[in-house]
Write a protein that binds this ligand. Structure first.
Ligand code: FES
Length: 98
């Protein structure tokens, strides 16, 4: 079973998830494991607060919402909107505190 490896304030958590539901976003998985992710839009891609940095692993391609929200520099550095990105296997990420 794939895992999310998540850095949260100098603590790294390993969160197993069921990959059989490909619609689950990183935010859905983090929420399900009570890992706080900033959000003011309820996860519909409008607030831009749910930032994570993907350190390794593969996620779904950038969405048009992410391309409109993130700067080129942020995209190059691995920033994603947790409500838009879906893990495609093992992923290591850092939750960006707002
Ligand atoms: S939760 Fe608002 S953009 Fe992701």
């Amino acid at each position: 079973m794939p895992e999310l490896s998540v850095g949260v304030v100098q603590e790294r958590l390993s969160l197993a998830f069921d990959q059989s539901d490909p619609s689950l976003s990183l935010k859905d998985l983090l929420d399900a494991h009570a890992v706080a992710v900033a959000s003011e839009c309820g996860g519909v891609g409008k607030c831009g607060f749910c930032l994570v940095v993907v350190e390794s692993g593969r996620c779904s391609p950038l969405t048009s919402v992410e391309r409109a929200t993130l700067s080129d520099e942020e995209i190059t550095e691995g920033y994603r909107l947790a409500c838009q990105a879906r893990p495609l296997g093992n992923v290591a990420l850092i939750v960006v505190e707002q």
